[in-house]
Design a protein around this ligand. Structure first.
Ligand SMILES: Cc1ncc(COP(=O)(O)O)c(C=O)c1O
Length: 405
């Protein structure tokens, strides 16, 4: 990564030089480069108009920018523009999908998730099963919190209608073999749903190669603004599924006895979308591509995470979570300190202007698997440096001397 990359980010520029911010909560939200902020400001100051109004000049420009953004997102994940639905985030994408798929799950059917899911890819399916009288199966994990493909294979049955799995664990950084999981699902005639919240921002994603039916991610985790997300759906799936929301912008005809829907993706985007958000997300993707692309970003983050794991792992009070090998992990490191609550660790680190996340990370089933209330999580992105890792480890050592004397 370019060594001066932080200069592209106004938030880092606004920090004091004494204790520069070490931002390691990128799995929750990432920072925005000036390019993204400028693109959003330009929409609001030069051509703000609804994408549903426009014959006039700025209206046309808004439509063009919005649809171009869809095309940019589609290209980024190897999809067609018509397969990209803009939502407000991964959670919204998965909840919307749950409503879209409701009628395909009947009493006695089964929906499978894993024990490492974010609640956003767990509760919607649990609720769907409750409503439809279906079986909700949670794949058990191996001791290191990874998923066994043998267990995935043997869990599928003729009753399995959906499998919803995360691509990368937001807690341990484990990378799942989603291509194989999607292949198994296809063989069994079940829908495959991949939570890409922690993969799309950080590594190459090609939904065709992956073979998934649906893929969800959030703009704010990939240098874009909050409130914008994506649901990719395979063309043939979107064509046959019913919309989950109704209103303006999604219809073909409306009569007092019956209404019909526009083609996808419009049929799934009722109401005014987050136009500035979509424009910002597309600009974030252009930025990612211009600074070297996701492969380079992935390599950089994996290098930092491996270094953090090695340095933290050499401290006797530290317990690391997740697989030992760094080949199957992304740029996320979770750990605990003997006898110190994760919140206390985060609090002391915050005093040093080091931002980490502490708690259950919306993954209570995974915490139950590890038998802990929570972890401290450091999640890396393209602007983090080896100096950030050094400051983190130094901060952890300060916590140890404070609590262990
Ligand atoms: C794996 C995973 N799935 C889903 C989500 C939910 O994303 P959002 O809050 O942007 O909807 C997150 C957020 O941290 C996540 O890490």
């Amino acid at each position: 990564m370019r060594p001066d990359i932080k200069t592209d980010f106004p938030l880092f520029q606004a920090q004091s030089d004494q204790k520069p911010l070490v931002f390691l909560d990128n799995a929750a939200a990432s920072q925005m480069p000036k390019h993204v902020l400028d693109a959003i400001t330009e929409y609001y100051t030069s051509y703000k108009a609804n994408v549903h109004s426009g014959i006039y000049t700025i209206g046309r420009r808004a439509v063009e920018a919005y649809e171009n953004s869809r095309a940019v997102v589609a290209r980024f994940i190897g999809a067609q523009a018509s397969e990209i639905i803009f939502t407000s985030g991964t959670t919204a994408s998965l909840n919307m999908l749950m409503r879209m798929l409701e009628d395909t799950v009947n009493e006695g059917d089964e929906v499978i998730v894993s024990g490492m899911e974010h609640h956003s890819n767990f509760i919607p399916w649990q609720e769907l099963c409750k409503k439809r009288g279906a079986r909700f199966t949670v794949l058990p994990l191996l001791p290191d919190g990874t998923l066994s493909l043998d267990i995935v294979r043997s869990t599928f049955s003729d009753k399995t209608k959906i499998i919803a799995i995360t691509h990368v664990s937001h807690v341990t950084g484990t990378v799942n073999d989603v291509k194989e999981i999607c292949r198994i699902a296809r063989e069994k005639g079940a829908y495959s749903i991949i939570d890409g919240a922690q993969s799309a921002p950080h590594m190459r994603v090609d939904v065709r190669e992956m073979g998934c039916d649906f893929f969800a991610f959030s703009g704010q985790k990939m240098l874009g603004p909050t409130g914008i997300g994506v649901l990719f759906g395979k063309k043939e799936c979107l064509e046959k599924l019913e919309p989950s929301g109704f209103g303006g912008g999604m219809i073909r005809t409306v009569k007092s006895d019956i209404s019909t829907w526009a083609d996808a993706p419009a049929k799934f985007e009722a109401g005014t979308p987050h136009i500035a958000g979509a424009i910002g997300l597309a600009e974030a993707i252009r930025y990612i591509e211009n600074v070297g692309g996701v492969d380079e970003i992935h390599a950089h983050e994996c290098m930092l995470a491996a270094q953090a794991r090695e340095m933290l792992g050499s401290i006797s009070e530290v317990t690391l979570y997740g697989p030992k090998d760094s080949i199957h992990t992304a740029g996320i490191v979770s750990f605990t300190l003997n006898g110190v609550h994760p919140h206390d660790v985060a609090e002391v680190l915050a005093r040093e202007n080091i931002a980490v996340r502490a708690g259950h990370h919306c993954a209570l089933p995974l915490m139950a698997h590890f038998g802990i209330p929570g972890t401290v999580r450091a999640s890396f992105y393209l602007y983090n440096t080896k100096e950030d890792v050094r400051r983190l480890v130094e901060g952890v050592q300060q916590v140890i001397s404070l609590f262990h004397g």
